[in-house]
Design a protein around this ligand. Sequence first.
Ligand SMILES: C[S@@+](CC[C@H](N)C(=O)[O-])C[C@H]1O[C@@H](n2cnc3c(N)ncnc32)[C@H](O)[C@@H]1O
Length: 264
Amino acid sequence: MNQTKSGFTPQYLVDEHVGSSLISHEILPVRKKPIAGTDTGKTKPAVTSLARGGVTGPLPEMTTPGPATFMKLMDCTVDRCIPALVTAFDLSTHRKAVDIGGGSGCLAHHLATVYPDVHVTVFDLPQVVEVSLQQQPEEMKSRVSFIGGNFFKDDYPMADLFIMARVLHDWDEERDDVLLTKVFNSLTPGGALLVLEKTLHDDKGGPLPALLEDIGMATLSIGHERSGKEYRKLLAKHGFDQIEIKEIQGSNHFDAIYAIKTEQ
Ligand SMILES: C[S@@+](CC[C@H](N)C(=O)[O-])C[C@H]1O[C@@H](n2cnc3c(N)ncnc32)[C@H](O)[C@@H]1O
């Protein structure tokens, strides 16, 4: 078992360490500038410090999590609120959904279970899909499929529902514009986009879970959290309308935003 100098063993360091780094594979778009007071200040100071329970100093290679460990970390924060996420809006009229950056398929599997008429495709990096397919429950194989690719460059399948959970907050506005343009163009008219992100109050003064998430993203990535008003503006800029936002109660990483691509 890998322990930090403080004796604290973060759960996601307990498991196996897949050789490939999530950073070098751009699973998380890590901020290149060093953060004052953290680690070596080379390329991933904040991640190395956080992954080691706040302990600073040179980083042994084994503490860099790969796709499998990163997905476990993601999934354990989705699991506890997943029923609320898939039922925040009635998705039963949809037939074909694509979960952009859907990782292990945790959300996709729940969605396909709650809505038996919806087939879900998870689009994620090839090295993530490889691990996800190995872990996929046998009974879900006909309901949820996986496509490996680069979501900035490769085509998405056409669908009447797109899902983006904790993807937009990873990137800057320029890259989010690329993703949302591709999503909009791949949505059938009348289709919808479900964004799952924690939203800040419009004055950015709270709530606490969103502020903490915002600090996390500012430290770890090139992204940030947005207020509901900012999400409305961003989605409207890309042609979406009838934008609705629902708060997911409790301490979690999500609120639900649903927006329509209106038929012309
Ligand atoms: C913060 S995680 C969110 C995972 C999942 N949606 C969730 O909320 O638990 C971001 C996801 O985007 C994927 N990703 C990052 N860059 C990507 C790229 N260029 N192409 C495809 N997927 C990418 C990562 O592999 C990861 O699964």
